[in-house]
Design a protein around this ligand. Structure first.
Ligand code: SAM
Length: 237
């Protein structure tokens, strides 16, 4: 099996299919196998893990996930790519590629298809849509065991920010209320092709147990309102 996440194999595949990276889909392909393997290994929770991947691209992470997971279901929006993935992943018989915008996926229905398994999410996220994708997962109420995803470092820093720092905002409060979040690894920009203008981070999220006494809708609205005027102090009588 040829590892996809190398500069030479990526170039070979792109040339074979006369492909170029589409900026509007946030396409930056990973070309460093050590990082890809680290994401895949961290994504797995048990020996019956079903990994749902967002945006397989030409299959760099999909290939490594397929080695560790029982099954991989990968959603790709770019209609040029299923043909490429059929070629690049021909040795991986536990991978299902779905040509669909991930934002349209019914996550609860997807998870319910695997009642005996642990469903996790793994991705090198398209950066133009990182926060909407994560909030779709957070709000889905689907039983997702773990989320392991790469994103732009500046966005990651807000998810993991501590109170009283400049990065701490509504996103940090809501994310840390819903999940235990931690940084898995920092990733320099030179492990991608094409090279983006920013560095990245891989974060891992695991859902906390819900507190039934909290009215979440009200709580989230209040948090967002509070951070609209960051310089003001709130007095509670
Ligand atoms: N996983 C590959 C890798 O690491 O080399 C590609 C990652 S690239 C940063 C993001 C991928 O997400 C691209 O393949 C892009 O076409 C896909 N994508 C963008 N928007 C999407 C969406 N809404 N739903 C599914 N895939 C999407």
């Amino acid at each position: 099996m040829k590892v996809i996440a190398t500069p030479s194999r990526t170039k070979e595949i792109l040339e074979k299919f006369d492909l170029y990276a589409k900026k509007n889909y946030g396409q930056n392909f990973l070309v460093e196998p050590g990082i890809v393997s680290k994401i895949a290994r961290n994504a797995i929770v048990s020996n019956h893990t079903v990994a749902v991947e967002i945006g397989p691209g030409i299959g760099a992470l999909t290939q490594m996930l397929s080695q560790y997971a029982k099954k991989v279901v990968a959603y790709e929006i770019d209609e040029r790519l299923p043909e490429v993935l059929a070629y690049s992943l021909e040795d991986c018989d536990n991978v299902e590629i779905v040509l669909q915008d991930f934002m349209q996926v019914d996550l609860k229905a997807l998870v319910n298809k695997y009642p005996e398994d642990d469903v996790v999410i793994a991705a090198n996220l398209p950066y133009y849509i990182t926060t909407p994708i994560l909030f779709k997962i957070f709000e889905s109420e689907a039983d997702i065991k773990r989320i392991t995803v790469m994103m732009q470092k500046e966005v990651a820093d807000r998810f993991i920010a501590h109170v009283n720092t400049k990065d701490y905002n509504a996103l940090s409060v809501i994310t840390q209320y819903l999940t235990d979040v931690k940084q898995v690894v920092k990733v320099p920009r030179n492990v991608f092709s094409p090279k983006p203008n920013v560095d990245s981070s891989v974060l891992q999220f695991e859902f906390k147990k819900k507190d039934p006494s909290v009215n979440e809708k009200l709580f989230f609205a209040m948090v967002k309102a509070c951070f609209k005027q960051r310089r003001k102090t709130i007095l509670i009588n």
